[in-house]
Design a binder for this molecule. Structure first.
Ligand SMILES: C[S@@+](CC[C@H](N)C(=O)[O-])C[C@H]1O[C@@H](n2cnc3c(N)ncnc32)[C@H](O)[C@@H]1O
Length: 400
């Protein structure tokens, strides 16, 4: 009876949020809607059902990875099949896979909501199928699966044999132990995967607010030095330069140079179409060569690394900054102390596995930055489900 009542209350709340999302959409309402849906599901499920749902997640990922290999979502969205759907027999003919195997894989895809079953053994594309043919899925699913699964499947063994010490040493990360390389070493020696990774990085945040939608860019414009010849933003570990290209598009008239930096192998593959962006090979484990920039921008960088490497990156950057004028901008998750969103808590375990990295809480960010002489001068966020923008400056240098 108590359970029924809480389910009803959540359903009512869900209805209110749905109306609000329709009339006044925002990232925060959307996030709350998803959180409430998850809670509602948990309230409806018996504990045993929850456990079974979790136990059988790995086959879902393996089947999805295989369907991506076979290019089946592409077939479903093809003009010839988009309306009527396509039979397992036809898919078998296109892919040279067994029809019986296709049926088994595709019924799971339909159960996951990634396509629709229109008749026994006949599958049709839906809204999710179309997204699965785009780079975020086409590159992201195989790359992240291949990069992480060999380590994640052995993570319990790693932690047991390391007496449950929190992985904090980059040289002895779980991935180094399981595979012999950490994530960026592995990517550098798997060129096709590096290309996929780059493409996934560029596509994964499409349609979501950018850092400059969240952060007041005017904070970068008040300084004694004129901007004409100086650098406005250096995007460090900026991969394809996608964030800088979007920034330039949003602020075409803003003076000041934009500089993209990443590892040589990544820079070689960069197809940065924006000619006004300077592209430079650089490792952030070395001294920062661009001096006095207004912003040293790091998106999804520090979560890859344990504190001792982050401190090295920060010190290399600080030596190039003008105290009081240069700012470090970090775009990463700031984990809440309670009710951590599932995606962020999952990313934390992934980062721990592939490089002894970590998703940090606000307290952990403050402590990390303070150890090198930086202080947080602001944190901006669109919704608790998204990355935040953290601004940091030399301690005591903020003019006001
Ligand atoms: C998770 S990706 C984030 C890419 C981009 N900032 C974004 O948010 O889309 C991490 C980036 O750090 C780069 N990287 C790794 N080690 C590096 C190093 N030592 N120096 C510079 N960049 C590095 C990788 O090549 C990759 O582009």
């Amino acid at each position: 009876m108590v359970r029924t009542k809480s389910v009803q209350m959540m359903a009512d709340h869900l209805q209110r949020l749905t109306l609000e999302e329709n009339s006044n959409p925002s990232a925060a309402v959307h996030f709350e809607l998803l959180q409430t849906l998850d809670q509602l599901r948990l309230a409806v499920e018996t504990p045993e059902e929850t456990i079974l749902r979790l136990i059988y997640q790995p086959p879902q990922n393996a089947a999805l990875r295989t369907v991506m290999d076979l290019g089946i979502f592409q077939i479903l969205t093809d003009k010839a099949h988009r309306m009527q759907g396509v039979s397992a027999l036809q898919i078998a003919e296109y892919t040279a896979a067994d029809e019986a195997l296709i049926v088994r894989l595709m019924r799971l895809m339909a159960s996951l909501g990634l396509c629709t079953t229109v008749a026994p053994g006949v599958f049709r594309a839906n809204e999710k199928t179309a997204a699965l043919t785009r780079s975020i899925a086409k590159d992201g699913i195989p790359c992240i699966y291949d990069l992480t699964i060999p380590t994640l499947s052995r993570l319990p063994e790693y932690l047991r044999s390391h007496l449950y010490r929190n992985p904090e040493d980059y040289a002895h990360s779980p991935m180094r132990w399981a595979v012999g390389q950490s994530q960026f070493e592995w990517l550098a020696t798997h060129r096709d995967q590096q290309a996929r990774f780059n493409s996934y990085m560029a596509s994964r945040r499409q349609g979501r607010p950018m850092w400059f939608d969240t952060y007041p860019v005017s904070r970068l414009l008040n300084a004694k030095q004129p901007l004409d010849k100086s650098v406005l933003v250096v995007d460090i570990g900026g991969n394809q330069g996608h964030d800088l290209a979007q920034f330039r598009k949003a602020y075409p008239h803003l003076r000041g140079r934009l500089v993209l930096q990443d590892l040589p192998d990544v820079i070689k593959q960069t197809r940065c179409s924006e000619s006004s962006i300077e592209v430079v090979s650089y490792s952030f484990l070395d001294k920062q060569p661009v001096r006095g920039a207004r912003a040293y921008y790091f998106r999804a960088i520090f979560h890859d690394w344990p504190d001792h490497i982050c401190q090295q990156i920060l010190r290399n950057t600080m030596a190039a900054m003008i105290p009081g004028e240069s700012r470090i901008l970090i775009v990463d998750c700031v984990l809440p102390d309670i009710d951590t969103p599932l995606l962020q808590a999952s990313l934390d375990i992934q980062m721990m596995s592939i490089g002894a990295g970590i998703e940090r809480s606000e307290g952990q960010w403050r402590r990390l930055l303070q150890t090198v002489g930086l202080e947080i001068t602001g944190i901006w966020n669109h919704s608790p489900g998204m990355e935040s923008v953290i601004e940091a400056m030399h301690i005591g240098s903020q003019s006001g």
